[in-house]
Design a protein around this ligand. Structure first.
Ligand code: 16C
Length: 253
């Protein structure tokens, strides 16, 4: 009998995947559903386009909580030659993180909750004159089948949590993050046989959203300046990295 388990999703071959629940399963489910709802909300009211480069558009909303800048950020991009599965895999997997992440001094996995959900502890580069930041978050990868014909949506969510193996140690400041990467693969001019699909026939629509609270006061103008520079830089570096890594590999749908 299935008692404390939950049927989470269908795998890529459409078989049902039954996963044991863990202490954060309900949180993960709730936050994933919130992101799936939020992703389709448009950015026509209250959002500023702060960067555009070809297909990449970066928007933010200026929001402060108790004098601390917590601007929500939303980026859209279209990347040729890669799938959503590939982008999400390189974003989620620990082994690739230091290849593309430029804000980190270190990253480590402190708990594996299930095969798709890990808890990470990361130490970020210090931005002078602010105190150094660290972060502790669960990171979850998921494939969502929409219909028989469509390519599935892939997503990764990184969401702050506390953890006994990651106590807050002053003078480091714990930042609070809620980040999602949501990807949809599009097959352009599909060849008649699925096995004939080449990288030139695919592209991926990516949405990246971030809510980051720096966890303590940082001068507003400096923080907004760093964010305006670093988010586009991250998107460019990360997507180029995935294109480079997958170029001569079989397509991972
Ligand atoms: O999503 C990204 N990375 C994931 C895997 O690591 C994960 C990270 C989430 C935390 C994102 C916040 C990063 C704050 C870093 C503060 C240090 C900046 C160092 C700059 C170095 C020159 O989901 C990709 C994240 C891309 C982040 C771009 C930077 C955003 C700056 C926001 C300002 C935060 C407060 C800064 C306090 C000094």
């Amino acid at each position: 009998t299935i008692t404390d388990a939950t049927i989470v999703s269908t795998s890529n071959d459409d078989s049902l995947v039954i996963k044991d629940k863990h202490r954060l399963s309900d949180d993960v489910e709730r936050i994933v559903q919130e992101h799936l709802k939020y992703v389709s909300e448009d950015v026509s009211h209250g959002w500023d386009l702060i960067h555009q480069d070809g297909e990449m558009k970066v928007y933010r909303r200026e929001v402060e909580e108790n004098g601390i800048v917590v601007d929500p950020l939303k980026c859209f991009h279209t990347i040729k030659g890669v799938t959503g599965h590939e982008l999400c895999q390189y974003f989620w997997e620990f082994q690739y993180r230091m290849d593309w992440e430029t804000t980190l001094d270190s990253t480590k996995i402190i708990e594996v909750l299930d095969p798709d959900t890990m808890v990470f502890f990361q130490v970020h580069k210090r931005v002078w004159p602010a105190a150094q930041r660290d972060s502790c978050f669960w990171s979850h990868i998921r494939c969502i089948s929409n219909s028989e014909e469509d390519q599935p949506t892939w997503l990764v969510v990184n969401y702050t949590t506390s953890h006994p193996l990651a106590p807050i140690k002053s003078p480091q400041v714990r930042l609070v993050a809620n980040v999602a990467l949501i990807c949809e693969t599009i097959i352009c001019e599909p060849p008649l046989n699925p096995q004939d699909i080449k990288r030139e026939n695919i592209q991926c629509k990516l949405t990246y959203v971030a809510f980051v609270n720096p966890g303590g006061w940082v001068p507003s103008a400096a923080l907004r300046g760093v964010a305006k520079r670093e988010y586009p830089r991250f998107l460019k570096r990360f997507t180029s990295y995935v294109i480079e890594q997958t170029r001569n590999k079989p397509i991972l749908f």
